[in-house]
Design a protein around this ligand. Structure first.
Ligand code: GTP
Ligand code: MG
Length: 444
C-alpha cells in the first residue's frame, strides 16, 4: 500500500552524513505519503489533520529547524522557562493556572545544528482539559527535544507522560523548576527521588534543576543611622544547568534528533493511516454485505427455496463478491468470483450440515410459536438466506483482506473462526426484523 516502508537504509555512499541521510529519507517518506494515490480520498479527508502535520514536519525539515518544546503540568513554569532561555518575556505567564491555551512558538537562534525554535504548550492537567492535553501531547510528539517541566516529585500522570515519551524514543530533559522553593538538602533529596523513579528509562544526566522565575528575595538593609529597612529584590533566573545539558544534547545529536523525530512521526502516521484504511474498508464491506443479505433474504422470503440451496451461488452472490473485491482494490471476473464462491459454499456446507437442519431453523423460528402466519414463516426462511449470504460475504472479505488468499489458516479454518466469531442468534433476529419490516412496508 505504502511504498516507502521498503526504502533502503541510507548509506554514506553519496557522501552525505548518516543523519543527513536519515533526514532525506524521512522527508521522502513524508512526501510519498502525501502523494500516495493508493490512499482513498475519503480516508485522506478523514486524516486531514495528520496530512496537515506532514506538511508542517516536511517544511520544518526543509528549513533545517530543531524544535524544543516545553511540556508539563499546568503552572509548573513552562512559559517562564522558555522566556528565561530567550532572555525576553515572549510567552505569557501567570500565577493563574491554565495561562497557555494554544501552541506558541518563537525562533531562538541558529547553531550549526540548525535553527532552534522554542515551542510553548498548554499544561497537561489531571482534572480537566483532555483536549488541551491531547494538543500538548501531539505538539510534543513533533518536537525534537522535549523539556518535561515539573515543580516537585512527579504526580502519577506526569510520570506516565514522561515514561511514554521516553519509551517512544524521544529526547527528553526532565527539568525540576522552581528550585528556589527548596533548600539545597531538599533539592538533593528530590533529585535522588526523581532519579530513582525514572532509573529504568531516563539517564541521570537528563534530570536537572532550574529556577526560571525565582521569587523575589527579601533583603534587609541597615542604614547608617542603624535602622533596618526591608525590601524585595528580584532574582535572576537560574538556567545554567539546563543550558549546558541542552547544548550538550544538541551538539551530540542535533541533526539526528530531527531525523529521528521525523522518522518516528512518519512511521507513527503510516501505522495510523494503514489502520484507518483497514477500518474504513471493513465498514464499507459490512454495508455492502448487509445490502446483499437483505436483497437475497427478501427474494427467498417471497419465493422460498430448499434450505441446502441457500448456499448455492446465485447471481447476487457473484455481484457481492465482485463488489467486495473492489473495496479491497481487486477487480475480479465473474468466473473468478464463481470459483471463489464454490470454495466458500463447499466449506460452509461441510461445516454447517450438522446444524443446518436443527439449530439454525429452530433459531430462525425461535420467537415464532403458535399460529405461524405466512409472513413470519417466509421471514424465517428469508432470515436463513440472509445469514447464509452474510457468512459467504464474510468469507469472501477475509479472502480479499489477505490479498486474495486464505493465508496459512486455509478456507476450512477461516470458515470455522468466522462462524465462531459471529453471534448467530442476534444476526438472524436482525435479519428477520429487517425482512419483516420490508415485507410489511411493501404491503402497506
Ligand atoms: N518561585 C518560582 N516561581 C516560578 C518559577 N518559574 C515560574 N514561576 C511562577 O509560576 C507561575 C506559572 O508560571 P508559567 O510560566 O505561566 O507556567 P506554565 O507552566 O506556562 O503555566 P500554564 O501555561 O498555565 O500551563 C508564575 O506565577 C511564575 O511566576 C520559578 O522558578 N520559581
Ligand atoms: Mg504557559
Amino acid at each position: 500500500m505504502h511504498g516507502w516502508r521498503s526504502h533502503p537504509r541510507p548509506t554514506q555512499k553519496t557522501g552525505i552524513t548518516e543523519s543527513e541521510g536519515y533526514l532525506l529519507e524521512a522527508n521522502r517518506h513524508l512526501q510519498d505519503l502525501l502523494l500516495d494515490t493508493g490512499i482513498p480520498a475519503a480516508i485522506k479527508a478523514e486524516l486531514s489533520a495528520e496530512f496537515a502535520e506532514i506538511e508542517a514536519v516536511s517544511k520544518k525539515l526543509e528549513r533545517d529547524e530543531i524544535h524544543i518544546a516545553a511540556f508539563g503540568r499546568v503552572g509548573v513554569g513552562k512559559s517562564s522557562l522558555l522566556n528565561a532561555l530567550l532572555q525576553q518575556d515572549v510567552f505569557n505567564t501567570s500565577a493563574l493556572h491554565g495561562e497557555t491555551r494554544d501552541e506558541a512558538r518563537q525562533s531562538w537562534h541558529s547553531t550549526k545544528q540548525g535553527h532552534l525554535v522554542l515551542i510553548d504548550t498548554p499544561g497537561i492537567d489531571e482534572l480537566d482539559g483532555m483536549a488541551r492535553e491531547e494538543m500538548a501531547k501531539s505538539i510534543s510528539r513533533r518536537a525534537d527535544v522535549i523539556l518535561m517541566v515539573c515543580e516537585a516529585d512527579l504526580t502519577d500522570s506526569e510520570f506516565r507522560a514522561l515514561h511514554e515519551l521516553c519509551k517512544a524514543g524521544r529526547a527528553v530533559l526532565l527539568v525540576l523548576n522552581k528550585s528556589d522553593h527548596y533548600s539545597p538538602a531538599e533539592l538533593d533529596l528530590l533529585l535522588q527521588r526523581l532519579a530513582q523513579r525514572c532509573e529504568a528509562f531516563l539517564p541521570l544526566d537528563r534530570i536537572i534543576t532550574a529556577a526560571a522565575k525565582p521569587r523575589p528575595e527579601t533583603v534587609i538593609r541597615i542604614s547608617e543611622d542603624g535602622s533596618e529597612e526591608k525590601f524585595q529584590r528580584s532574582r535572576l533566573s537560574d538556567i545554567a544547568s539546563l543550558k549546558t545539558h541542552l547544548w550538550d544534547l544538541l551538539e551530540k545529536n542535533g541533526k539526528s534528533l530531527a531525523a529521528l523525530n521525523a522518522a518516528l512521526f512518519a512511521s507513527e502516521l503510516d501505522q495510523k493511516v494503514a489502520s484507518r484504511i483497514v477500518v474504513a474498508r471493513k465498514s464499507v464491506a459490512e454495508r455492502i454485505i448487509r445490502n446483499y443479505c437483505l436483497g437475497k433474504g427478501l427474494v427467498v422470503a417471497v419465493n422460498p427455496v430448499p434450505i441446502a440451496d441457500l448456499l448455492a451461488a446465485a447471481g447476487s452472490d457473484v455481484a457481492m463478491v465482485i463488489h467486495l473485491g473492489e473495496v479491497y482494490g481487486f477487480s475480479l471476473s465473474r468466473t473468478e468470483a464463481s470459483k471463489l464462491l464454490l470454495t466458500i459454499s463447499a466449506q460452509l456446507l461441510a461445516l454447517m450440515s450438522a446444524y443446518w437442519g436443527m439449530n439454525l431453523v429452530s433459531s430462525a423460528l425461535k420467537t415464532v410459536s403458535v399460529g405461524l402466519s405466512t409472513a413470519l414463516t417466509a421471514a424465517a426462511q428469508g432470515a436463513l438466506a440472509w445469514y447464509a449470504t452474510y457468512l459467504t460475504g464474510k468469507m469472501a472479505e477475509t479472502w480479499f483482506s489477505k490479498g486474495k488468499s486464505w493465508g496459512k489458516t486455509g478456507p476450512r479454518d477461516t470458515a470455522r473462526s468466522i462462524l465462531a466469531s459471529l453471534d448467530r442468534e442476534s444476526l438472524i433476529s436482525t435479519a428477520r426484523n429487517d425482512i419483516l419490516t420490508r415485507i410489511n412496508s411493501n404491503r402497506s
